[in-house]
Design a protein around this ligand. Structure first.
Ligand code: NDP
Length: 600
């Protein structure tokens, strides 16, 4: 592929840079994350579980397990599965929802689908002997797979559903954790694994008057099918006589808007910032291909994808989709110019040009699809590709050609006001029967606020106190003073578009460490304060690598709503060299004798 130079470009990079800056600036606001309303008090009902029957009870538990895992999503399931494989017998998963599934338990909205290829996203396919039906799975199939893992590894046996943790305390004299819950349990465990999920707590927009609205409303992660009718597949017959508003145009809205447009009497889509919407191109699984797979195929495919999206080189692109295409063209093209390697500055410039090209293509796609010119103009994203989560959908943009669908663009400012009857933008009131909040999840608020509980370690010290001035862990897994307590997720770890890949690496790591401690008949595992401090410093030093990029981005949860200090946003506090290097580092650390971990 010929490389861009200023002379061969068919666009003006300076003009684009200036447009991106303007679009960011008009969205920057001083209140950052405080613009959102927490789902508590009068808003608590927004997180009620619509998928279970009311009135569930069970007697309180006061027993003991080897490992207690908090969260029954893919993280918790993988941790439990890998521990089971390592010979751990008594494993209990405690889960707020009524079944396994985590994010896929809650997010059942119409059209909910995973935009990472199913063959690498659904974990433990070889272990459970399952092949997904399509290249991109819908939520119902993914949720069923979570249940399959639960059955396969006998995890239903000790699981506690519809159970919320109240607090977790280390009992020094017993060297056990005491876990108390909203069902009056006082369970004990030798080890606890936290897999609460990075996007577990829905948030609402702090639009003035939100509490005054008298019509029906719900958040996309608690879809009210009793009101809309239908299912994950659509068929929202309950909406044929309803005027519906959806607030938000992120990855969730992109998937449910086509269904709402098809069924609502009228749909108003309230947009603050458009998403980039690329091609989907789903297709059924080819049975011949599935039959040809050789043992170890899933791990190879996951690693192939991870290497490519991290800018590495592979002979073949096994997944070959929008993700590998975008990232390959952004990163690999930037890696070599002619025969000689580029300097950092040259690489950054080439990457920016590749990004402009990609986003021009995304904007052209809008023009090619949406007939109304004003709507098309408003639907174009003006920021770099990874400022926000890229989305892939073939039905979203055509929805705006429907007569019963109106895009209400708020010019980056958001909905002005909510009244008893509807929403106000630019002085005009839109009366609706129902408001659907597709406004996402809390990122960057405190751990305790998102998880709903605190952890009391040695001498009663709380984790929120230990992390008050910023996260402190070794490799993202554990903190000094909190023995036998493991964390999964992105904190001081890494991030890859295929999130379950990270979770599986973490699950194997935790199973290895606990297995090693068991071999040595050790009672406690905990990082030394020195090892923890060294990792904090590594994160501080390497996370700076992408700071400038994040600061230039339009606000969102990736960059702490535009604050983008070293600690702000999902991409803050990550190991800078990326997931491939992080997984290698963990492997070397295990092979090298697990330095910095006190196993007593
Ligand atoms: P997001 O946080 O991505 O989107 C929230 C939306 O609400 C944004 O468009 C935001 O606008 C808008 N918004 C917030 N406040 C206001 C306001 N006051 N007025 C108008 N609009 C407002 O949440 P999602 O639920 O869409 O997605 C969350 C994440 O879940 C994704 O980023 C992705 O990681 C994951 N996901 C993954 C999928 C998959 O296929 N694997 C599918 C769906 C979700 P603005 O951009 O201006 O802030």
């Amino acid at each position: 592929m010929p490389l861009d130079t200023a002379e061969t470009l068919d666009f003006d990079p300076d003009a684009l840079r200036e447009r991106y800056r303007q679009e960011r600036d008009k969205r920057l606001r001083a209140d950052g994350n405080d613009q959102y309303v927490e789902v508590k008090g009068d808003f608590r009902h927004y997180v009620d579980d619509p998928y279970v029957e009311a009135g569930f009870t069970r007697p309180p538990l006061a027993d003991e397990t080897d490992v207690l895992v908090i969260g029954g999503g893919f993280g918790g399931l993988l941790a439990a599965a890998r521990l089971r494989e390592a010979g751990v017998d008594r494993i209990r998963i405690v889960e707020k929802g009524g079944d396994f599934g985590g994010t896929w338990y809650w997010n059942r909205y119409p059209g909910a689908q995973c935009d990472i290829e199913s063959y690498i996203y659904l974990p433990l396919l070889e272990e459970t002997g399952y092949i997904p039906k399509e290249k991109y799975s819908f939520a119902a199939e993914i949720r069923e797979h979570a249940r399959r893992i639960g059955r396969h590894y006998d995890l239903y046996r000790d699981a506690c559903f519809q159970t919320e943790i109240r607090d977790i305390r280390w009992l020094d004299d017993e060297q056990r954790w005491l876990i108390r819950t909203n069902r009056d349990d006082a369970m004990k465990a030798r080890h606890v694994v936290m897999s609460n999920g990075p996007l577990n707590r829905p948030k609402l927009p702090g639009i003035p008057g939100i509490e005054r609205y008298k019509g029906h409303s719900f958040h996309t992660s608690r879809w009210d099918y009793a009101y809309t009718g239908g299912s994950n597949e659509g068929n929202l017959r309950g909406l044929v006589d309803k005027r519906v508003a959806v607030i938000g145009t992120g990855a969730t809205a992109i998937q449910c808007v086509p269904h709402l447009g098809r069924w609502a009497k009228h749909l108003y889509v309230f947009q603050r910032t458009p998403s980039s919407v690329d091609l989907r191109g789903n297709r059924p699984t080819d049975p011949d291909w599935a039959a040809s797979l050789q043992p170890g195929w899933q791990k190879r495919r996951m690693e192939n994808f991870n290497t490519l999206v991290s800018g590495g080189v592979q002979e073949e692109d096994l997944v070959s989709d929008g993700w590998t295409d975008i990232i390959r063209s952004l990163i690999s093209v930037a890696a070599v110019r002619g025969d000689k390697p580029m300097t950092m500055e040259e690489a950054a410039e080439a990457m920016e040009l590749a990004d402009f090209r990609k986003m021009n293509q995304i904007r052209r796609r809008v023009d090619d699809t949406v007939a109304d010119q004003a709507a098309a103009e408003a639907l174009k994203p003006w920021y770099r590709q990874f400022c926000k989560r890229p989305t892939f959908n073939d039905d979203y943009l055509p929805t705006f050609n429907r007569e019963n669908v109106t895009l209400v663009d708020t010019a980056g400012q958001g909905v002005e006001r909510i009244t008893e009857r509807g929403l106000v933008v630019d002085g005009r009131e839109y009366e609706v029967d129902c408001i659907i909040f597709a406004t996402g999840f809390e990122v960057g608020t405190s751990y305790t606020r998102r998880s709903g509980f605190d952890i009391y370690g040695r001498d009663g010290k709380t984790l929120s106190d230990h992390w008050a001035k910023g996260l402190r862990t070794l490799h993202g897994f554990y903190s000094a003073g909190f023995p036998n307590c493991f964390h999964m997720g992105v904190n001081q770890s890494t991030l890859t578009p295929n999130f379950p890949h990270l979770l599986d690496e973490q699950a194997r790591h935790i199973a290895h460490v606990i297995g090693e401690a068991n071999l040595r008949q050790a009672a406690t595992i905990e990082p030394t304060p020195e090892a923890e401090q060294a990792w904090v410093q590594t994160i501080v030093d390497t996370a700076r690598l992408n700071l400038e990029f994040r600061q230039a981005c339009t606000p969102g949860y990736y960059n702490g709503e535009g604050r983008a200090g070293a600690e702000d946003g999902l991409f803050a506090g990550l190991y800078g060299p990326g997931p491939v290097k992080f997984f290698e580092l963990l492997q070397q650390w295990r092979d090298g004798g697990m330095e910095g971990l006190a196993i007593a």
